[in-house]
Design a protein around this ligand. Structure first.
Ligand code: ENP
Length: 266
């Protein structure tokens, strides 16, 4: 019926497993949580309802039950960099983007929807954002983004993609629409933007240019202390793992201890 993919098979097992893994192994500092109860609250948000009419308030109990603090200087916002952010954050060890919070772990890489007058999931298809914006997944990320932005403090990091077709900073997107407006000005010391180009990809946007300039100006007008870095070295090193000899990765290949150098005996 719908154009989008259906509910991820075994959703309940995945999500309850992720929840216990999160509170026991990934981030035990969140304290005791009842993952079964959180799952019930999550399900209640969209089950047995019109899949195109799910509102942020439907997830309220779920959010309240799964909320935990985000340490200062650990927030990482992003657009068009999902897999890079997942590896770079290293499951909260380096940074704590929304997908590395307990709330985010209920949605990351997953899909779900229910149907009106039916207590089951729709495993066949779910509405896309084009079909209706108030679908279960879109609304989930909306309320999760708002909550995450409100809790973020200290230095804030933003990873953008300078090779993204629609611009590194989409002026309509979760970051622009639900995160920036919910920053708590008095708790944020500075904002650092990293614009990462694809290796061998086009340099469409960069600091001070195009859509990044629009973001920089927006944040400055709001009174924030902004730094913008093109191809931030630490993230570039990670991107270059698979492109050691590419000219864009000369930062890696020109290093004195190249593999060749290490094995050669003369
Ligand atoms: P995309 O379109 O690059 O990537 C969407 C993928 O990232 C989906 O697999 C989605 O999970 C997962 N994801 C993880 N965190 C978020 C998220 N936080 N979010 C939407 N999807 C998320 O990402 P977007 O749409 O541009 O969203 C990026 C936003 O995430 C930024 O605002 C960033 O600051 C924020 P699933 O369940 O849909 O398969 C908020 C919205 O953290």
């Amino acid at each position: 019926k719908w154009k989008g993919e259906g509910t991820t098979p075994n959703l309940e097992s995945i999500v309850i497993g992720r929840c216990y893994e999160y509170i026991r192994i990934v981030n035990p500092s969140v304290g005791e949580k009842n993952c079964t109860k959180i799952w019930e609250a999550f399900k209640k948000a969209f089950m047995n309802k019109d899949p195109c009419n799910i509102l942020p308030s439907d997830y309220e109990l779920f959010i309240n039950l799964s909320l935990h603090t985000i340490p200062p200087n650990k927030s990482l916002f992003w657009e068009n960099n999902h897999l890079l952010v997942t590896s770079y954050s290293d499951r909260t060890r380096r940074y704590m983007p929304l997908c590395d919070t307990l709330i985010g772990s209920f949605g990351d890489f997953l899909n779900w929807c229910g149907q009106a007058n039916d207590t089951g999931f729709n495993y066949d298809s779910c509405p896309t954002t084009e079909e209706c914006e108030n679908n279960a997944v879109e609304t989930f990320w909306k309320i999760a983004s708002i909550t995450y932005a409100k809790q973020s403090s200290g230095a804030i990091y933003v990873m953008l993609n300078g090779s993204a077709i629609g611009g590194a900073y989409p002026v309509k997107g979760f970051f622009a629409d639900y995160e920036v407006p919910n920053f708590q000005k008095d708790r944020i010391s500075q904002i650092e933007i990293w614009v990462m180009d694809d290796i061998g990809g086009p340099d469409l946007d960069s600091c001070g240019r195009g859509s990044v300039q629009i973001l920089e100006e927006r944040l400055k007008t709001m009174g924030y202390d902004i730094t913008c870095i093109d191809n931030y070295k630490s993230v570039l090193l990670l991107k270059c793992l698979d492109y050691l000899n590419h000219p864009d990765c000369s930062i890696v290949s020109s290093a004195p201890s190249t593999q060749k150098g290490l094995v050669s005996s003369d």
